[in-house]
Design a protein around this ligand. Structure first.
Ligand code: HEC
Length: 400
């Protein structure tokens, strides 16, 4: 019953998380595109009112006319739409999922003793420190390097390089301490925490000061807007790497190899390049070499993690489907410790022949296709045993 209720909590939180993330990333993509598609207003009345850019759009049966005021519009209406709950709710639901899936089950999901041998409690503390350190280091990089020679907000290239190096190092660190799936997820969660903290600690406080100054008729400090813009730009480049790391933990092929940190870094780099292509595309002709580079990176990953060929099976043996008893022996050796009458992870129990036969397809899926099971390969299944399961399933998964 416990696992059943946990599955419901898992489903509802994941659903919420995906919807809030769509709202947040959708808003981010929309505003970057809007900002990069603005053109100087042609109507002199608009320019007189301080409009610096305009854009027309047609959507859902209506026409929208956006005007962007540089720093300060002449007057602010009472009703102003703010964007921050999308971000906060995405972070909160994501953190809740992390706690429910990875922290409650830290011994199976966070810790892989072949990667690093520590207690579940220490691993949870390590994960929290990892998330917090991400923000502290990132923020320090922005503050230290994010100024030009005159002390104004700038230094984009230096900050960009600093953040790139830091994310690379952080990805490597995560893979030295956490089980592969958790390492990928935590690296994404660390970037997502930076994104939300950018909204909560820099962008929104800056906007609040600007709005307060405007309402009080005081001059507005342009550095507030510039700093918010810098962080908001970083956020847009983080979106794609975060999404791909969140999805990556469903693919054992990505997360379970010995060099998984290289895979993680290349994957995030490819994702950021794809975002870069679209950001530039809104302003100028397409730069196709950028997505080409992203595809090349993905191809490198594909080659890096391609599974080794399974040991050749003698022709006579290959022709005959493995007997059920052989498959049952593999399952008993490698699966039943975690899938039995007392402990049935994901409500999957495999301790009787009928149960194994009934779960033929999911067993094949988990052992051969996604290679997620045995979890962290805790029970050291061999390639020959995976191959056996494969041939059994392909022969129609004959029962006992
Ligand atoms: C060390 C414990 C452990 C071992 C060993 C193990 N599993 Fe699992 N298994 C789990 C856990 C934990 C989950 C839940 C995974 C999740 O929520 O992503 C799971 C989930 C599953 C699922 C459901 C997957 C899904 O997403 O619906 C199947 C099927 C499965 N295991 C099959 C197997 C098979 C077959 C083996 C042996 C080859 C095996 N497991 C070995 C712990 C284990």
């Amino acid at each position: 019953m416990d696992t059943y209720l946990l599955d419901w909590a898992n489903l509802l939180l994941r659903w919420l998380h995906v919807v809030t993330a769509i709202a947040w990333i959708g808003a981010s993509l929309h505003f970057v595109r809007l900002d990069n598609s603005l053109y100087k207003p042609t109507d002199p009345r608009l320019r007189e009112r301080g409009v610096d850019g305009e854009a027309w759009a047609v959507h859902g049966g209506g026409f929208y006319h956006s005007n962007k005021y540089l720093v300060a519009p002449p007057g602010l209406p009472e009703k102003l739409h703010w964007s921050y709950w999308e971000s906060y709710s995405t972070w909160l639901s994501g953190f809740a999922l992390l706690v429910l899936l990875y922290f409650f089950n830290a011994s199976s999901f966070l810790v892989d003793k072949t990667v690093f041998d520590w207690s579940p409690g220490a691993a949870v503390a390590g994960a929290l420190v990892y998330l917090a350190t991400g923000w502290i280091v990132y923020d320090a990089i922005c503050r230290l390097f994010g100024r030009d020679a005159h002390g104004a907000v700038g230094g984009d290239a230096k900050v960009g390089l600093g953040v790139l190096i830091y994310v690379g190092v952080a990805a490597w660190v995560a893979c030295q301490f956490f089980a592969g799936r958790a390492a990928f997820l935590l690296t994404g969660a660390m970037l997502a925490t930076v994104m939300s903290a950018n909204v909560a600690m820099v962008i929104i406080p800056g906007q609040r000061k600007v709005v307060a100054a405007l309402r009080a008729g005081l001059p507005v400090d342009p550095a507030l807007g510039a700093r918010g813009k810098q962080r908001s730009l970083h956020n847009t480049y983080f979106t794609m790497p975060v999404v791909v790391t969140m999805l990556s933990n469903h693919y054992g092929m990505l997360t379970s190899g010995r060099h998984n940190w290289i895979v993680l870094i290349l994957l995030m780099l490819a994702a950021a390049l794809i975002r870069l292509f679209f950001v530039l595309r809104h302003k100028a002709p397409a730069r196709w070499e950028i997505p080409a580079a992203a595809v090349a990176l993905l191809a490198v990953i594909g080659v890096l993690i391609a599974p080794e060929r399974a040991p050749a099976v003698p022709a006579a043996q290959a022709a005959a489907a493995p007997r059920f008893a052989e498959v049952q022996a593999v399952v008993e050796r490698h699966c039943v410790v975690c899938h039995n009458a007392q402990l049935a992870n994901k409500n999957v129990a495999l301790h009787t022949p009928a149960l194994i036969a009934g779960h033929g397809q999911t067993v094949y899926q988990q052992v051969v296709v996604t290679r997620q099971m045995p979890l962290n390969n805790a029970t050291r299944i061999s390639e020959a045993e995976r191959e056996l399961v494969k041939r059994w399933y392909e022969a129609g998964a004959p029962g006992p």
